[in-house]
Design a protein around this ligand. Structure first.
Ligand code: ATP
Ligand code: MG
Length: 210
């Protein structure tokens, strides 16, 4: 058992953040959000859950294989206290639904309190999620602002809004930078760049670091 698995001495329920994404690739916008939400909400741990099949993105573009995305997220969080890469959705296989993931997490952590974390672009789509009412019943929704994204939040849902530094970074922009050979420095952490190079992901950056 790691120290983060240990119950708190106060006897409070374990507080676990679930930050789901495609993470294709993971970038500092994800990481800055994760550590700030963890701090503000006093979470014991925060799981960056790698979607196996992001059903909302299917068909719109080629998605990097799940194991490669997991390797990048593992590299991103290595050594950061409280942050974890989640593989539950990959292990389950098929389409990734947060409602199912929350059931698995609750089975593994009885009595824990869960927080589902979303950028506001993702939160706007929440009512279209599979069994989204289950997501609301099983977790508290946490929304962070994203620059340039329209803030259209569904009515009648109990949110927590957490302020985080707004970083105008997206995986979409990073993928086009990878293809064009534009710099990724400071947008992606060096360990993640290492995985991209080692695995020759995104059809580029196969050379050694400059
Ligand atoms: P893509 O451009 O491929 O959609 P992305 O950068 O939006 O990638 P996702 O994996 O789709 O990354 O996002 C996972 C979660 O992280 C979502 O809830 C999204 O809103 C949030 N997120 C992504 N980038 C940021 C950012 N720069 N600041 C805050 N939240 C972010
Ligand atoms: Mg996105």
């Amino acid at each position: 058992m790691s120290t983060s698995d240990a119950p708190r001495s106060t006897g409070k329920a374990l507080r676990i953040g679930l930050f789901g994404g495609t993470f294709d690739p993971p970038h500092v916008g994800h990481l800055v959000t994760a550590v700030n939400v963890m701090h503000t909400l006093d979470l014991d741990r925060l799981i960056l859950m790698v979607a196996n099949m992001p059903w909302q993105k299917q068909g719109s573009r080629r998605i990097t294989p799940a194991q490669d995305r997991l390797a990048m997220v593992e590299a991103a969080v290595r050594g950061v206290p409280g942050l974890e890469a989640g593989r539950t959705e990959i292990d389950r296989g098929g389409a990734s639904y947060t409602a199912d993931t929350l059931v698995s997490l609750a089975d593994n952590h009885p009595g824990a309190q869960f927080f589902t974390i979303l950028g506001d672009d993702a939160a706007a789509g929440l009512p279209s999620w599979e069994r989204f009412r289950d997501v609301l019943d099983r977790s508290r929704i946490v929304v962070v602002d994203r620059p340039g994204m329209p803030v259209v939040l569904p009515e009648g849902i109990d949110w927590i809004r957490v302020e985080v530094p707004r970083l105008e970074i997206s995986s979409t922009d990073l993928r086009s930078r990878l293809v064009d050979g534009r710099p990724l420095d400071y947008l992606i952490t060096p360990p993640v760049l290492g995985v991209i190079r080692e695995r020759a992901l995104y059809g580029s950056l196969t050379g050694s670091p400059s």
